[in-house]
Design a protein around this ligand. Structure first.
Ligand code: HSE
Length: 434
């Protein structure tokens, strides 16, 4: 059978990994498919010393690749929004399938890109966009296709998890760990995407769409980063038997879709609390299968390349088939996508960890608990630590049962207005069922 001809755009961390694995494992890969996958052209601003490009047509203009009649599949690994979108739309216009690792592109422009691809009868595959080497798109879209999926959650940013793990286990400094994550090729070009949860929100948006059959709605996702998580909170959480993880949570409820990324307390006994370092994990609940979990490296050159190549293998296997032989872009056919909106975070119900400073005065704790009980907020656990060195402040930490965010906002405002409470209340959401 004629080989499938691939053009790779971008020869950075993931591009070089893709090129090198395709070369190293060429025999194994073609043995699995029954035809070869050949890299015909590479478009990159500069060569990568880790790649032997002998015999490959190299161009400095990535649009040459998108228009090259000799290329069947364009692999977009340049990242970013605008140029990547133009590149992918150009490739589609020229009748080529596309494989991309670009979660920002899919989360923000996916609806438009998929519509263009469907019109042209080609496929845009994006396994590598979510959770690096974990085949989570395939697991949800194909492996769990029998199920009504109502809930998923995960650690879906390797850099953020690496930072939180190193801070918690080795007491390392935030900036120092971030620098190491950049050197290891985990972090985004703009690392605030990792640290502030934007990258995780991109991935969560994609997962929610394919799990629930709803449109991509990145702009409505609630996003909160890890930059304000302090070593003190990590320590208190630990004392309560919890870990703080940067979690993406998506739930399908009667009122709408919950789509939120934020630091989250998770009980240490739960599997996801044990996911450390650059590893990612995604838990998915389906009505038939029950609880499932998928674990693996969420970032890095070859783990992400492994997912890129899985898409190339799928395309090569079905290369001579009609586009309908491949899974729909969002798991559901376009006419079965339900236009369900995203629930505002104020309407989400969750538990809370609260930390505040109180002055040592009679009745202050009574007033605090009164504010909570008036709003039907029940306390699950509490720690009070007297300040050292004779000052009259104490730190109070509370863990509450579930309450609507709006009610908790009102309670926090009332607590902050109390005479003997100093400064603001630190709040971290907690989940009991992840
Ligand atoms: N910056 C991302 C992460 C890379 O750290 O998870 C993989 O998407």
């Amino acid at each position: 059978m004629k080989p499938v001809s691939v053009g790779i755009c971008g020869l950075g961390t993931v591009g070089s990994g893709t090129f090198n694995i395709l070369k190293r494992n060429a025999e194994k890969i073609s043995g699995r498919i029954g035809r070869e996958i050949v890299v015909t052209q590479v478009g990159a601003r500069r060569d990568n010393p880790t790649c032997d490009l002998t015999g490959v047509d190299v161009t400095r203009d990535i649009f040459d690749v998108a228009k090259n009649p000799a290329v069947d599949v364009v692999v977009e690994l340049i990242g970013g929004y605008d140029v990547a979108k133009e590149l992918v739309l150009t490739a589609i216009e020229h009748g080529k399938h596309v494989v991309t690792a670009n979660k920002a592109l899919i989360a923000v422009h996916g609806n438009e890109i998929f519509a263009a691809a469907e019109k042209k009868g080609v496929t845009v595959a994006y396994e590598a966009a979510v959770a690096g080497g974990i085949p989570i798109i395939k697991a949800i879209r194909e492996g769990l296709a029998a199920n009504d999926i109502d809930h998923l959650s995960g650690i879906i940013n390797g850099t953020g998890n690496f930072i939180l793990t190193e801070m918690s286990q080795k007491g390392r400094d935030f900036e120092d760990v971030l620098k190491e994550a950049q050197e290891l090729g985990y972090a985004e070009a703009d690392p605030t995407f990792d640290v502030e949860g934007i990258d995780a929100a991109h991935k969560l948006t994609i997962l929610a769409s394919i799990a629930f059959g709803v449109p991509l709605q990145f702009e409505k996702a609630y996003t909160e980063g890890i930059s304000k998580v302090t070593p003190q909170d990590v320590k208190f959480a630990d004392e309560l038997g919890y870990r703080i993880k940067h979690l993406g949570i998506a739930k399908l409820t009667e009122a709408g879709v919950e789509l939120r990324v934020h630091p989250t307390l998770i009980h240490e006994s739960q599997l996801i609390a044990k996911v450390d370092g650059v590893m990612n994990a995604v838990a998915v609940h389906g009505d038939g299968v029950g609880d499932t979990m998928y674990y693996g490296p969420g970032a890095g050159s070859e783990p992400t390349a492994s997912a890129v190549i899985a898409d190339l293998v799928d395309l090569a296997r079905t290369f001579d088939a009609d586009n309908n032989a491949r899974p729909a872009h969002l798991g559901f056919r376009a006419d079965s996508i339900n236009n369900i909106g995203v629930l505002p975070v104020e309407d989400v119900e969750t538990s809370y960890y609260l930390r505040l400073q109180v002055q040592d005065h009679t009745g202050v704790m009574a007033k605090l608990t009164q504010i909570l009980s008036e709003r039907d907020i029940s306390i699950e656990a509490m720690i009070q630590k007297e300040a050292k060195g004779g000052n009259s402040n104490a730190t109070v930490v509370l863990l509450t049962h579930e309450v609507k965010e709006q009610i908790m906002n009102e309670a926090i405002a009332a607590i902050e207005a109390l005479e003997y409470v100093s400064g603001s209340v630190t709040r971290i959401r907690a989940e009991h069922s992840e």
